[in-house]
Unconditional design. Structure first.
Length: 128
């Protein structure tokens, strides 16, 4: 469970993407050390350089035949809401307050790293 939580948190922290986008990421979106994301909310295509730690974590993850990196205990892809609930449960189990999670995020990310990939700037529309 801890390894799964670490992978899930690494995807969130190192891509700076919304949960609706993170739950759709999978090996088919990886090109070398870049993960390509078509953001659900904005419709923008965002190539995200992966942090070496994320590359290491994903490389250590079994390459199961699954469409996404984040899978439920039943082997299904998470929905955005389902992942939010799962993550909240993990925080509750580990007694992590929201303030502690925010502190971890602030410590591990920098404004320089998250601004170009946060989707707040015009990038490229996704092709349908």
């Amino acid at each position: 469970m801890k390894r799964q939580l670490k992978q899930h948190l690494a995807l969130l922290l190192n891509t700076a993407q919304r949960r609706s986008d993170v739950v759709r990421m999978g090996r088919k979106h990886v090109r070398g050390d870049v993960v390509d994301v078509c953001q659900q909310k904005t419709g923008k295509f965002v190539p995200i350089p992966m942090h070496p730690e994320l590359v290491r974590i994903l490389a250590a993850t079994p390459a199961a035949i699954t469409p996404t990196f984040l899978m439920t205990a039943y082997g299904k892809a998470f929905t955005a809401a389902g992942f939010g609930g799962w993550f909240r449960d993990r925080c509750d189990e580990d007694h992590l307050a929201c303030a502690q999670v925010v502190e971890i995020v602030v410590d591990l990310t920098t404004p320089r790293a998250s601004v170009p990939i946060s989707g707040e700037h015009s990038i490229t529309p996704c092709s349908s």
